[in-house]
Every structure is written in C-alpha cells, then in structure tokens.
Design a protein. Structure first.
Length: 382
C-alpha cells in the first residue's frame, strides 16, 4: 500500500502559496495538531487528507504519488501594492482553472479576438481612450439611458464585448478574494466576473475594469475598489470614464438638482439613473466636482454601519430560478457558445470534453448553444 508523501504535500502547498499554518486555518484545525499528523508514520487521517485535497484543489491520490504533478502557477493579485501571487481558496482556484481550460480549448480551436482599438491606454489619455473604446464597441448613451436597469445595461455591455471575441464568464468565489479576474491572451482573452455578493451595477463596473486589463494585457485578480498600485488605478479610471462620462453625469446631476452635496437617497437615485454602482457614482461625482471634495469619504462612513448597498447577500434579483438554458447563457456567455458549438459540430471537441473543462453538462449544451445563436442580451438570466 502506498504511503503519504510529505515531499509531494510540501510541493503542492508551495504551488498553492499555502503554508501548514494557513491550510490548518482553512480546515479549522490547530496548526500543532495538523503538524503532528503530518509527522506521524501513518500520515494524516483519511478525513484530513480529503479535506486538504479539497482545499488545495487536487485529487487525494496526489499525496501518494512519487513526485508532485505539474501544477499551474497562480495568477497575480492586483489588489496588492506590488501585484504578486498569494493563496486562494478552493473556489477561486477552481474558477481560475475553469477559465484556463476554456481559454486553452478556444485557442486550440482557432478562436480569434477581434478587439483592436487603435492606440494604447495610458494615464494621460484615459478619458479619450475610454470614449474611443465605447464607440468601437457601439455602446451608446441611448443604450445606457434606455436600459431598464443596471442589470440590463450590464448584459448589453457584456454582449457587445463578447461580440469582439472576448470571453466573459460568471463564477462564484469568496468576495474577499476579488470581484473578478482576467486571463490575457491576444487570441482568446477571458474575463471572469465574480457573482458572489455583487449587485448588477457592481458587476458592470467589474466587467469594464477587467476589460481594461484585457486591453493592457495584464492577467490577474482584481477588486476595483481596492486600489494599491498604478495598474488598478488606471483600470478604475478607465471604467469610470467608460461608464460615467462627464456629459451624462452632468445631465443626471442637473435633473436631480445635485449641487456640491447629496444625501444617500440622492446618490442612490443618481446611480439608478446612470445604471452604476453607488460607490462609483459618488466617487465619480466628486472627481468631476459635481460634489464637494470629501463627499466620497463621507459616503463611505455613512454606509459602513449599514452595509455597502452595492453588495448583495441573496439572489441576483429575478426572484425565481431562471430557465436552465438562459442561466447557462448568463454563466458562459455568447462567445463561449459561438466557439464551442462550432468546435462541437466539427467534431474537434466532444460533449464530455466540454463538461470536463467547465462543468457544462452534455444535456444542456445544445439547448444553450441554440439559444445563444439568436439570443438578445435580455435572454440572459441568473
């Protein structure tokens, strides 16, 4: 019978940027108790092994191998002052792995991103470049004004981004580990929007923030409201200029009679009109001098006790279980359906391979692909 291989376990820990202390905390065990199990001749208990494997996102048998299998490196965390790798939960690791497999299969099947905006995004041209990208994607002011709500505008923006060969997936992982991430690639860039606790307006800001990462060719995990390095600051400025152009902000402020100050209810009404998050709205209004300097800090202090209104703790808001094919459209998107349905029809990928890559069951592949071929943004539901 094979024995627990401590060297392999150590290699897996290092690959996942974990330590015995951190994995013990995730297992809700004392570090000393786990260390004692690891030192014993018998190795860890079976239940402990299973729990460690689950948290480290590897099969249990890996710990009995002679050598550690090749494990992919993490992706940089742009919430840090100097973006680098750090430990992620199982849910985040699995979300990243799904996105990587989708990207790999897409590249193997000749996916080709057509997003080709002239020029480069720099700190000196953010407003002009955001306007240029929005025009390139054909997202108009009327799209924003006429959208029923932030959810509708999020889906409109998402569909138009995906029409240019950018994969946009939705997944759920701990919100404290990021609002989303980007896997950069000229052929098949992938954006993943974290659905955990994010309302529609916050998902929208995350989407456009990650679009900036695609444009900059910067792979990594982000949270638009944690800005500790120049890349995140630039991506945030791009997203704000893209979603909250000055002309539209001035118009909404005038309609609501906003001048220098605004209470929470007024900020909420402005955000609703703009289809934007309240946090982004009050910050943008301060930047544009619609609100007095310090308004953003004051707003944060007001919501600290009651909770950020841009976070949700329950469903996304349709109040019922979405039809399965519409839920799949929201989860996997338009670009995925186009590339994978074509590969499936040619026999270049099998239903089982698609399922193993991303968890999309064979029985739902055709209904979802057929819906996506004629669907409108409003057909996405989750």
């Amino acid at each position: 019978m094979s024995h627990f291989n401590a060297s392999v376990f150590k290699a897996v820990l290092e690959a996942r940027n974990q330590t015995i202390k951190s994995i013990a905390a995730r297992l809700e065990q004392h570090e000393s108790d786990l260390a004692e199990q690891l030192r014993s001749d018998e190795g860890p208990k079976r239940s402990t092994l299973a729990a460690m494997a689950r948290e480290l996102a590897v099969p249990t048998f890996v710990f009995y191998m002679d050598e550690a299998p090749p494990l992919r490196a993490a992706i940089p965390d742009f919430r840090l002052e100097t973006p680098t790798f750090r430990a992620n939960s199982r849910e985040t690791l699995e979300a990243i792995e799904v996105a990587r497999r989708v990207q790999e299969i897409a590249i193997e099947n000749k996916a080709l991103c057509s997003l080709d905006v002239e020029g480069q995004l720099t700190p000196f041209n953010v407003i002009a470049f955001a306007k240029q990208v929005r025009k390139y994607l054909k997202i108009t002011a009327l799209d924003q004004k006429n959208a029923k709500d932030a959810r509708a505008f999020y889906y409109i923006c998402r569909q138009k981004i995906e029409a240019n060969g950018v994969f946009v997936l939705q997944d759920s992982f701990p919100s404290e580990e990021g609002s989303g991430f980007c896997l950069s690639d000229k052929r098949a860039p992938v954006i993943v929007v974290n659905t955990k606790n994010q309302n529609a307006s916050r998902r929208l800001f995350t989407l456009i923030h990650e679009l900036a990462h695609v444009i900059l060719a910067q792979t990594g995990i982000s949270d638009p409201f944690i800005r500790r390095n120049p890349v995140e600051a630039l991506c945030n400025r791009f997203a704000a200029a893209f979603l909250l152009p000055k002309s539209l902000c001035d118009e909404v402020a005038a309609d609501l009679g906003i001048s220098q100050t605004a209470d929470r209810d007024t900020v909420a009404r402005a955000a609703k009109k703009l289809k934007a998050s309240q946090q982004a709205t009050v910050l943008r209004f301060e930047q544009l001098a619609i609100l007095d300097k310090g308004s953003y800090i004051n707003w944060l202090s007001l919501v600290r006790a009651s909770g950020n209104p841009d976070y949700i703790t329950q469903g996304f808001g349709i109040g019922r279980r979405a039809p399965e094919e519409k839920f799949k459209l929201a989860k996997y998107g338009f670009c995925f359906a186009k590339v994978f349905s074509r590969a499936l029809s040619r026999g270049d990928v099998s239903p089982i391979e698609i399922y193993r890559a991303c968890g999309l069951k064979p029985k739902w592949q055709r209904p979802y692909f057929e819906l996506a071929s004629t669907a409108l943004p409003t057909d996405m539901e989750d």
